[in-house]
Ligand binder design. Structure first.
Ligand SMILES: [Zn+2]
Ligand SMILES: [Zn+2]
Length: 345
């Protein structure tokens, strides 16, 4: 640009985005200025576009998965220099509050949130630079690196589940990017069988290619019957719901064996109530987890998984769009025609 301005997409209101010119971000002594090479669309962006986001105050920059090049550093920055290729998370905890001190930094009372990946440039604040920013090895593409944020949420979710080799895992909403990452990670941990449940045949085909033991289109087959068939009539040991719908939260319970661990990964709109049969919780001793976001540790481990090729990031990115066409990309994802869309400024 050179004139101190940049192009960026601003979230105005549900269903309304504005692609506009605005001043480049200023950086403080501990911050980085990064020229974005690739951003990725995410289910959260689609939800925000559709219905707003409880934690966003529009009008606001948005987009939170990205990788790019450092083009300026604050005077106190030590570990990064101009010209480095980097990827960063979108939040950083305070490390001082009640939750941080108890090892739950994802629940930090003072979580710093950094949005604005759907733009030409982004500022990375010092707290994020110190905790959640990574220099990319030469062999790692920007596209692959940009996946670390959602992958870290998946890693954090599976940390809570402690999947053991040989356990059966049912994935409800398996065909979205999050479900497909859960699938790959569960397989790596030796889970078997791993049953992928979704309503979209195209997405189920990806799940099959990535190694799902059995795919189930729940519009044609009863997931509970298929899961029981594959588990000697019991139901799955571990269930992960990642579609973020009330119906799929309930399907997750339908396919659970007695004593199962059930994780409701996908968030529902604020205020939605889900009714659970108390018999299943008490007599069947179900353990039901909610899970939210990521920790610096899960982000670091996600980065390593991507660097080491453990997670196939490319299989989750099906389309590409220039920044000014972002809205089309979000709509495509909303219709289930794409997985993640790479957004190029
Ligand atoms: Zn995301
Ligand atoms: Zn905190």
């Amino acid at each position: 640009m050179g004139d101190g301005s940049m192009w960026a997409t601003v979230f105005i209101a549900p269903g309304e985005l504005s692609f506009q010119q605005m001043p480049m971000p200023d950086i403080g002594p501990e911050d980085l200025l990064v020229k974005i090479n690739t951003a990725l669309t995410c289910g959260t962006d689609v939800k925000t576009y559709k219905r707003g986001h409880p934690k966003y105050n529009p009008p606001t920059l948005f987009g939170h998965e990205f990788a790019g090049d450092v083009i300026a550093t604050g005077k106190d920055v030590k570990n990064f220099a101009v010209g480095m290729r980097v990827a960063a998370g979108n939040t950083a905890p305070c490390n001082e509050c009640y939750f941080c001190k108890r090892g739950q930094p994802n629940l930090c009372d003072d979580l710093l949130v950094n949005l604005g990946a759907f733009a030409e440039y982004i500022r990375i604040p010092g707290r994020l630079v110190r905790q959640n920013t990574f220099a990319l090895p030469d062999y790692l593409s920007y596209r692959q690196a940009a996946i670390i944020e959602p992958l870290a949420c998946v890693v954090h979710g599976q940390d809570l589940l402690r999947i053991q080799p040989g356990e059966s895992v049912a994935l409800v909403g398996a065909g979205g990017p999050i479900g497909l990452m859960h699938l790959q990670l569960a397989l790596r941990q030796g889970a078997s069988p791993v049953i992928a449940i979704d309503i979209n045949d195209g997405r189920l085909a990806v799940a099959e290619r990535l190694g799902a033991t059995r795919i189930v289109n729940s519009t044609r087959e009863d997931p509970a019957a298929v899961v029981r068939d594959l588990t000697e009539g019991r139901g799955a040991d571990v269930i992960i719901e990642s579609a973020g719908a009330k119906a799929t939260w309930l399907t997750a319970l339908d396919v659970a064996r007695k004593g199962a661990r059930v994780q409701w990964f996908g968030g529902l709109p604020g205020g939605v109530k889900v009714e659970v049969d108390s018999t299943r919780v008490h007599y069947d001793e179900l353990t039901i987890f909610g899970v939210y976001h990521l920790t610096p540790l899960s982000l670091e481990r996600a980065f390593r998984l991507v660097c080491n090729g453990i997670i196939d990031a490319e299989s989750l990115i099906t389309h590409q769009t220039p920044l000014k066409k972002l809205e089309d990309g979000l709509k495509m994802m909303m219709r289930g025609e794409s997985l993640k869309v790479a957004v190029l400024p």
